[in-house]
Design a protein around this ligand. Sequence first.
Ligand code: DAH
Length: 346
Amino acid sequence: MKEKVNEIKSRIKIDLNVDDLNILNDIKTKYIGKKGIITELSSMLKEVPSEERKSFGMMLNEVKILFNDTYESKKQELEEALINKKLESEKVDVTLPETDITIAPAHMVERVIEDLEEFFISMGYQVVEGPEVEKDLYNFELLNLPKGHPARDAQDTFYIKNDEILLRSQTSPVQVRTMLANQDKTPIRIICPGKTYRRDYDDASHGHQFTQIEGLVVDKDISLAHLKGTLDAMARHMFGPNCVTRFRPSFYPFTEPSVEYDMSCFNCGGKGCNVCKNTGWVTIGGAGIVHPNVLKNCGYDNEVYTGFAFGFGVERMTMLKYGINDLRVLYTNDLRSLDAFRRKDV
Ligand code: DAH
């Protein structure tokens, strides 16, 4: 028995001298696993005559310690080697030239929206959003556009479910939602930016999806003068201190009276150029005094409350601001043209 232990002892270092962690583990099993040679010798301890048992036990213990120590240090050595090999293969060459990463600025349409949001917030407005999938009730009906009304033709859109659920053709339904939700009739001053949809053929000035900003003020004694002052302030903010607006009579079912509003051409200052088609004015959007029927539909006493509303296309405003003559530049996302136009900001 003792010879066997000695023999094992002499083999430990040789056997454990391997260069692979898996093999090392196999050897561990061979020595001290359930059926390992050291394990088996230990179980035979009770068969050793009692006078030799103590010294044999001590021998066996020494072998065990030798095995464990040798195993642990080999294991550590192999693990370190593995990590070093990995580090070597993942080495980063810090002398290589850096990659040119540019962080893209926000899209021009988004910048115009954010700029106008800040402007209106500074005048005490709140920014409100509404769903793009809208009820016919809010997009048309409560805005004084009953089914069959001819003014619906200009706003034909995409229907989702029967005639009742559609992609909103304008941001005006957010007016309705806001008024209906305002139970205690506190003054309303909101703008609603968002996507809108129409059944339109895409060309240089039309898109089946575009962005609008809607404005609504409801309070007591609101007049066209307030509307004019507000739109003048917005024009000056967008196009400089000399920009003015003008109203032209128009028709919208949700406002009475209704107007279309133009801004004096920022490009020629009103003298006439190709941007304003020699008229000195550029058309921006529609507006008016909220129709009494709309106030009533939304739970307001139209003898007590009045309001003004306006709406315009953000893409159009963006095109004017950045001198873009084709709407498609804004959504085809050719980075070269987007980049060329937005350089005007810096
Ligand atoms: N919703 C109209 C459109 O898409 C624009 C508009 C006109 C909005 C007059 C208004 C308004 O709030 O009062 O053509």
